[in-house]
Design a protein around this ligand. Structure first.
Ligand SMILES: Nc1ncnc2c1ncn2[C@@H]1O[C@H](COP(=O)(O)OP(=O)(O)OP(=O)(O)O)[C@@H](O)[C@H]1O
Ligand SMILES: [Mg+2]
Length: 379
């Protein structure tokens, strides 16, 4: 679903902006600290309702302003649809064609056909960081693939919060009544993640060997549930039974600690190379290539399953990768038929890869100004 125009109001350091992105590459150029990543963050919010890097939504509101707003016009099969997200003191509100969305069925319509994948310098945390980084990736990727995951994940979080409160404050039989909804929602989430990994694993292995050469060690993704739960090849029903068993087994410990110690909120994802964990054993370059391969796998999978590539957001990629991997990534991405928004401090780094129809914007102090297209030699 193509993005035709984008407007921001009081979002981060942007007071007011309107951009008309290219059907292919849009490049944001400017020195450090001017608002390039802020614009990607606005786009990510518009496509996923999630902040890209902010830990609190309130960070997205321009200093001194009351509310932030991002709005986009998307070309859809039935005509143009206007999607907007506002962040105010009351939290986040989403709008589709001017109408507030509250119920979950409307939310599915909101997300229909819109997925976004972002490459950023922080991606290396997927390998180097804690399990929360990997769970975040899994949930975002699952949500890109199946928008219903947004509601399912919320249900799980609610059930988790309620059970944790019961662990701390209620009698044993009261706590028990909170387990069933937690187990149901938890098994659903784990099943989604497993289904996603089944789709992504072979694609990642393939992408990794393309980036690193056929002799490179094979790359693998594996789900690592907390509390020693066995979920390989299990159905959602079986996962639920096992999770219920684990919670029953651990209830005394959980009551003592005051939180639930098994379930998808504790699980991890293992990225490995040649059978060894990439975190303890992979080199810096291998780790980067692995993350890149994982993202390419996600893009390829979305393209295949949804019938079109997701919106790609590339933050400062060229500064992060060695020229060879950078070349590989940009070649791969420029061959995709979808839209991409890229940021750079040095326009020359991206000019060769931006391709035909690329649109350039200069970014200064939160102001976006359309720039001249590059001169393509020989045209
Ligand atoms: N809520 C906010 N209100 C106003 N300004 C903000 C807000 N949040 C962040 N900023 C400002 O936005 C600027 C950073 O913008 P951004 O991260 O988009 O920079 P950038 O152009 O991507 O730079 P770099 O090339 O260094 O990555 C900082 O100057 C920061 O102070
Ligand atoms: Mg930046």
């Amino acid at each position: 679903m193509r993005l035709l125009s984008l407007s921001l109001r009081d979002f981060r350091n942007v007071h007011e902006a309107r951009l008309e992105p290219s059907a292919r590459s849009t490049v944001l150029v400017g020195p450090n600290g001017q608002g390039k990543t802020n614009l990607l963050e606005a786009l990510f919010l518009l496509c996923t309702l999630k902040p890209l890097r902010a830990t609190r939504l309130a960070e997205l509101v321009r200093f001194g302003a009351e509310r932030a707003r991002v709005q986009g016009d998307f070309e859809a099969p039935g005509g143009v649809r206007t999607v907007a997200v506002e962040i105010g003191p009351e939290g986040r509100t989403a709008f589709l064609d001017g109408k507030t969305l509250s119920s979950s069925d409307r939310l599915d319509a909101f997300f229909e056909g819109r997925a976004a994948v972002c490459f950023s310098p922080d991606d290396l945390l997927l390998v180097k960081g804690g399990p929360d980084q990997r769970r975040r990736f899994l949930d975002r990727a699952a949500f890109n693939r199946w928008p219903a995951v947004l509601t399912e994940a919320r249900e799980y979080l609610r059930a988790l919060r309620e059970r944790n409160a019961a662990l701390r404050h209620s009698a044993a039989d009261v706590e028990e009544s909170f387990r069933e909804p937690l187990v149901r929602a938890g098994a659903r989430l784990v099943a989604r993640r497993l289904a996603l990994l089944d789709e992504l694993s072979p694609r990642m292995a393939e992408a990794f060997s393309q980036i690193s050469g056929p002799e490179a060690a094979s790359a693998l993704l594996a789900y690592r549930p907390a509390a020693g739960l066995q979920v390989d090849g299990a159905s959602e029903e079986q996962i639920a039974e096992r999770l219920a068993g684990a919670l029953a087994h651990r209830v005394a410990r959980d009551r003592e600690k005051g939180y639930t110690s098994a379930g998808p909120h504790m699980d991890d994802l293992l990225l490995s190379l040649g059978g060894r964990g990439a975190r303890p054993y992979g080199s810096q370059g291998q780790q980067r290539a692995l993350v890149l391969a994982l993202k390419i796998a996600e893009i390829e999978n979305l393209r295949d399953k949804l019938g079109r590539p997701p919106l790609l957001l590339l933050d400062d990629v060229s500064s992060e990768l060695d020229p060879e991997k950078n070349g590989h990534l940009l070649r791969h991405l420029s061959a995709l038929p979808g839209q991409a928004v890229l940021t750079t401090t040095d326009r020359r780094l991206l000019e060769p890869a931006a391709g035909e129809g690329a649109v350039f914007y200069q970014v200064r102090d939160g102001v976006f100004e359309r720039d001249l297209p590059p001169v393509i030699p020989g045209s």
